[in-house]
Design a binder for this molecule. Sequence first.
Ligand SMILES: [Zn+2]
Length: 76
Amino acid sequence: MAACPHPEKQAHATEKAALAHRTALIRHRHASPDVVAYLCRCGFWHVGHSQQSLRDRIRKARRGTGLAGRRQRHKR
Ligand SMILES: [Zn+2]
């Protein structure tokens, strides 16, 4: 099994356990609603921002900025 890149995070054996933890964190405002339960390379589930979802969000943000810029140029 690969070494965990986030050993400080709580490790859950199942997705269900991780999702329950995620819900509790959000309910107590210890985490923002955009955190996800994800399967780590260590074989356990963690709650947090997965690298995949971070990349997706950056890509979406870049695309959004590009469209806004184009729209602005059309307006002028
Ligand atoms: Zn891990």
